[in-house]
Write a protein that binds this ligand. Sequence first.
Ligand SMILES: [Zn+2]
Length: 465
Amino acid sequence: MDSSLPSETPTAASTVTPGLERPQYLLELDVNYTAKTARVHEVITYPNWTGETLNNLVLAVEPNLWSGGFSLASATANGQPVTNYTIENMNQRLEMQLPQPLPPSATLTLELYYSLVLPQMQAYVNASNDIRPQIYGYSDKQVNFVDWYPMIVPYIPGQGWVLHNPWYYGEHLVYDLADFDVTVIFPGGANPKVAASGEEVPPLPTTTPEGIVHHRYLLEAGRTFALSMSEHFKIAQQTIGDVTVYSYYFGLYDAPGEAMLQTTVEAIQTYSQYFGPYRHKTMTAVQGDFNDGMEYSGLYFISRDYFNLYDGTPKNYLVIIAAHETAHQWWFDAVANDQALEPWLDEALSTYSERIYYESVHPDMLDWWWGYRYFEFQNAGYVDTSIYDGGGQRPYWDKVYLTGARFFEDLRKDVGDEIFFRFLKDYYTQSAGKRVTGADFFRVFHANTAADITDLLVQYFKNTY
Ligand SMILES: [Zn+2]
């Protein structure tokens, strides 16, 4: 998958599914909306494009970070029971020994049955007052399924499985590209509105004579499939070209809910023009009942706090963060990176994309954006900082997001608009669907210009590129 995908159709083993480029996730999520529990049937069809024979698999199981949050009932690999596996209480790592080794180019079908007990959403605070907001779980008016299913983590030949530890701030997961076919079932009369990463496909929500509601969603070539449910959602939508954009917000928030929709539409148009086309059929923005914004594939959340602060103009964090989270569809979903070790690749570029949004859509507010976004800004350190050496949440943001955006501004000044935007488009075109590193980023940059940026690299980066 990703950059290591061979161009010819593999024929090496009998288990090959012809033409399977990337993993497929078939998920049936049976939600007990009252009890805040779920049962899941998951089938992962995993083509081994690592070039190595795999004897084990490592899956990220985020629901198991909560005690009792995840219970595996059964697992089979190509029909054979998987009995040798380890998963520790309150640990995300599920390691399975395969009953048979999986040769290069062969395909594995992993079938799992498990149950989930959702945690109540709450923010975690460490000794330094760093707040890790919790998005997965339920509040009194929202249920969020994010990183809710076991996911086979990327495998880097020669290095192994890529699964980093969670941290108080920043994201730690790294994703391969995958296709998703997700069915959500509500037995027992519950029928909340559902915001989802994918496109809802017919038959549109069906209710059986027994009162069971089914929804089915498809997402092609995404990173992660998120769902948000609420009986309190209102929905606004708009179509641009062949993309439908949705805004899910709570009642009494019509003005910010519409502003979230409008900003997302404008941002998709802006980024499509400057970077390249949006890759999915739907884009869904959701008001989160927690304190943060967060990106997923084809879906993002914006904090309830930014809704409360909305003042009817584009000069506020609701619009800034909507432009930022929309940019993550280019820099996170399409062009993926190691979010824990090289977060600048998606965060600095998504922050700088806010600048491109304002200069394109609200040019008279560009100076305001620089001033407002940087009001607390300190030139705190290197852009290529990992989440683990950020030195606290605010310094981490200052380094990766804001110093990162300043780096992009200086880079643009150095080479001029024409080369800068030609480079961004080329970088997106070459990298969409792949996972990139800082070295890839600068390789594409240098292919677009002979400009010497040594001074900038020394000023902003601790690694040598
Ligand atoms: Zn971000």
